[in-house]
Design a protein around this ligand. Sequence first.
Ligand SMILES: Nc1nc2c(ncn2[C@@H]2O[C@H](COP(=O)(O)OP(=O)(O)O)[C@@H](O)[C@H]2O)c(=O)[nH]1
Ligand SMILES: [Mg+2]
Length: 341
Amino acid sequence: MIFETLPTTPTSEELIDKAFSRAARAGRAKSGVEAQQSMLQTASNVLSDNLQNVVTAWPDFHEVDPFYYELADAIVEDPVSDADATADDVEGPEDAPSGVDAVRQSLSEIQWASRKTKEIGRDYQGRLPNDTEAARKIRKQGFARLADVVEEVSGDLERVGEARNALRDLPEIDPDDPTVVVAGYPNVGKSSFVNGVTRASNEIAEYPFTTKGVRVGHFERDHVRYQIVDTPGLLDRPAEERNDIESQAVSALEHLADCVLVIVDPSGYCGYSLDAQLALRDSIAERFGDVPVLTVGNKSDLSTDVDADLFMSVENDENVDETLDAAVEAIGYEPELPFEG
Ligand SMILES: Nc1nc2c(ncn2[C@@H]2O[C@H](COP(=O)(O)OP(=O)(O)O)[C@@H](O)[C@H]2O)c(=O)[nH]1
Ligand SMILES: [Mg+2]
């Protein structure tokens, strides 16, 4: 997973502490003006390198799969408008970037700070006089400038750190693997179905970005690994009831899905009218465009009174594998064989 390897982002205080304590150690190894020179060089190198490392740890968002891009955009919290606002902060909240754009902007600020700390180091080294006391004074001024620059991006480091924490907890999902997305109103049997077909592999991972968490599991057919995604809180009610983050997560699912199974419960035991369930099915079919959408009537042990593509009873393990087969067939995935062609 692309965000899994993102290292912890240091805070501005951690960076400054690290740089100045390394500088002090470097200074102790020398004496006179040379000690001051060495301190400036060490502090500026440590800051510049560590700031640069924060930036280069991130993937280029232009090359990130659209599924992950949308997801990252949904997960990354928008900056709180007045969190690090200062008197000369003229940007209104309506101009402030959100989601991935906010992270990208923060990364470019951190990039700026990396260049700036290098520059300051060179600049102050060039200004060191031959007198030790005078040199110490200049070195201190240099340190103050370095600390100012790092503090200026403290909000950016924080934002990038929060984004990293949110993103690295995403479970393994491969946007290139063929994927079945399971939709339908609550209590129709989505989780029972997903649990049933992935039980053997026992690999369900929660996606922690809605209150309920999207769950991702896997199954195999003809040596091909398929992903199956349960979507509580997302594709389980009308679109107009979704908040912004949820709508965006649905956009991410559109990039991911190769087949959507809309589970309906004609028995009505789920507590939702069949009309409402079919309306949800229609809106999903429209939203997912070219992706095949199959209507699956579950709880066939209770009722089959609906116009569906398939019927199953997860409870009685009837037609469950066949339903999965139908999804696999609808996907029609042809693995690329490297020795063909
Ligand atoms: N009678 C019957 N009950 C089922 C069937 N499948 C699931 N259920 C029950 O329906 C309820 C809701 O199932 P669940 O999987 O949690 O639904 P979800 O909210 O769509 O994930 C549970 O009590 C299940 O035991 C079925 O085929 N027949
Ligand atoms: Mg469920």
